[in-house]
Design a protein around this ligand. Structure first.
Ligand code: PCA
Length: 329
């Protein structure tokens, strides 16, 4: 009898230890873009890497295409802990703080190298905003450069006057205002539908989103202005992160650093690939006319001046650091 009791105790102790060793944490990761988008594919690989690095202790489930939260709601969901981690488009939060709008200023950084420098120059300021909200950024990756999709052929911004223009951020709505187009806010997850119902005649975005949304079924012209490269950022709730043991935290940070390096590389590689795919689908990829470019650069100049006014000395320090990094080359 005694022996049996003893072994039963042993067994339950072993079970308890086993359970502790295998205790699994589950995180939900809302994302706003389709599962086949390169950012989302990168997130999937990130989640797999975390799974491997932590021997299954931390499982991250990705909810693509705004299926859990709409794009503008993801940041608040992570802040409130409804999701432990999430992917946001930084430019969506421009009204909260101008720092978020920086990578949406047209012609401030138009290629990958400069965009990376702009990112490095603004990273600390971003963390300073997120920390008091109980969050931190794990990594960020640029979208391919933004060009103009337009039903009609355009030679200058005058040709866009009065046109129905899809905006995805305060900055893209501001561009509409400056060029006299009619802006309507539509997130990527609803873009295909909006195109099909004729609500959208033009918009600015990457070849990536043009391809994902099958824009080529409704719009035939893409003007490759390479005006800016907005970024997606993966942010984590600090309470959730701090609750992980040190080894798991290290696993997450390593997977995030890898995802960042991989994401920038894929974005750049896919930039040309998307333009090729759009051409295959019957879209004309135009080199913008000189007039269209100077018009758009003028828009960029106004927006940069507005940004500098709004962002004050913090903003000036970022621009200074960015210009210094660019001068190094
Ligand atoms: N695609 C996203 C944001 C930037 C981009 O290239 C969109 O159009 O919503």
């Amino acid at each position: 009898m005694k022996r049996r009791l003893f072994s039963a105790t042993l067994l339950s102790t072993a079970l308890a230890f086993g359970a502790a060793a295998q205790a699994q944490t589950k995180w939900d990761l809302p994302a706003a873009y389709p599962a086949t988008n390169f950012h989302t594919e990168n997130l999937t690989q990130f989640a797999n890497d975390v799974d491997k690095a932590t021997a299954g202790k931390l499982k991250i489930t990705i909810h693509a295409n705004a299926s859990l939260f709409k794009a503008p709601e993801i940041k608040r969901a992570v802040q409130g802990g409804q999701a432990q981690i999430g992917e946001i488009l930084l430019a969506n939060f421009a009204n909260e703080n101008p720092i978020y709008a920086l990578d949406g200023v047209p012609f401030l950084a138009t290629g990958y190298e400069d965009s990376r420098k702009l990112y490095e120059a603004s990273k600390a300021a971003m963390d300073k905003l997120l920390a008091p909200q109980g969050m931190k950024m794990l990594y960020a990756v640029a979208w391919p450069p933004q060009g103009i999709y337009s039903k009609r052929e355009i030679a200058s911004v005058a040709d866009l006057r009065g046109i129905k223009w899809r905006a995805y951020s305060p900055a893209t709505a501001k561009i509409a205002e400056l060029i006299g187009a009619q802006a309507v806010q539509i997130q990527a997850a609803e873009l295909s539908q909006a195109l099909a119902t004729g609500v959208v005649e033009s918009y600015m975005s990457s070849g990536s989103t043009g391809y994902d949304s099958k824009t080529y079924e409704h719009i035939k012209n893409f003007y490759d202005t390479q005006a800016w490269l907005p970024k997606n950022a993966v942010i984590v709730n600090l309470r959730a992160f701090n609750a992980l043991d040190a080894a798991t935290q290290a696993g997450v940070l390593k997977a995030a650093a890898d995802a960042e390096a991989r994401g920038w590389k894929i974005s750049q590689e896919k930039n040309d690939e998307y333009k090729r795919l759009l051409t295959e689908k019957g879209m004309k990829i135009h080199k913008p006319s000189a007039k269209l470019m100077t018009d758009m650069q003028q828009v960029g100049g106004i927006m940069l001046a507005d940004w500098q006014k709004a962002a004050g000395p913090d903003g000036a320090a970022i621009i200074e650091a960015y210009n210094k990094a660019r001068a190094k080359k």
